[in-house]
Ligand binder design. Sequence first.
Ligand code: UTP
Length: 242
Amino acid sequence: MPPPAPGPAAPVVLSLGGSILLTGEDDAGYLASLADLLRRAGGRYPLVVTTGGGRTARQYIRLGRDLGLTEVELDELGIDLTRLHARLLAARVGAPSPARPPTTVADAVHELRHASPVILGGTEPGHTTDGVAALVAARVRAARLVNATDVDGVYEEDPRTRPNARRIDSMSWEQFGEMVRSGTSTDAGQNFLFDRLGAATLARAGIPLLVVHGRDLANLEAALDGRPFRGTRVGPPGPPGA
Ligand code: UTP
């Protein structure tokens, strides 16, 4: 008897931190290679990507705050900036990736029926693109959510100020949730590691979170594919190294 045909690949979600999209160091070269990677990976499994606003969003939010805008208005400013990054990346990825970023989780899930990768920014005030990525992941029952950021995993202390800090290879949702709660403020433009809504959503849905450095593209692709990677895995233990 022939082996059973493989079922459809489970979707994967990637949250790209704005801090790695625009660093001022060979951004065009990085974005071009990243777009190639997303096109490849999006052809292997349904892939949804969220793009953060990074320092560009923070600059506008600071300016808006000085002008007396409300926190909701500042969030909306941030959302527009994240969408600009989604549009930039989607334009480089090209078809079948939708050129106009979906503006809601429901629309992103709908687009994924006939296009991959689907790339979007923020949706509504009160959370960040990590939160959007987690909501999408829960809706599509993603195999994993990869958070690509400017550190290569979760550390016991901040590796930028403590060079000898130890990276944690694997941790529980309880440990991670505690770190997120103690480090996050709900003000616009403020986030530590991952947002609270995102962490709670993933923990409830039982979806693992993989934290990797977003500028190491070979390692990022390994994490997306479910292969062994360098970084931190949050959630129930997976196969060794993955
Ligand atoms: P980001 O997702 O970029 O947040 O959204 P961040 O924490 O600054 O993450 P990095 O540094 O890019 O990785 C920027 C801001 O836009 C607003 C929030 O104010 C957020 O801090 N935003 C974003 C929303 O209000 N809703 C969203 O769905 C997305």
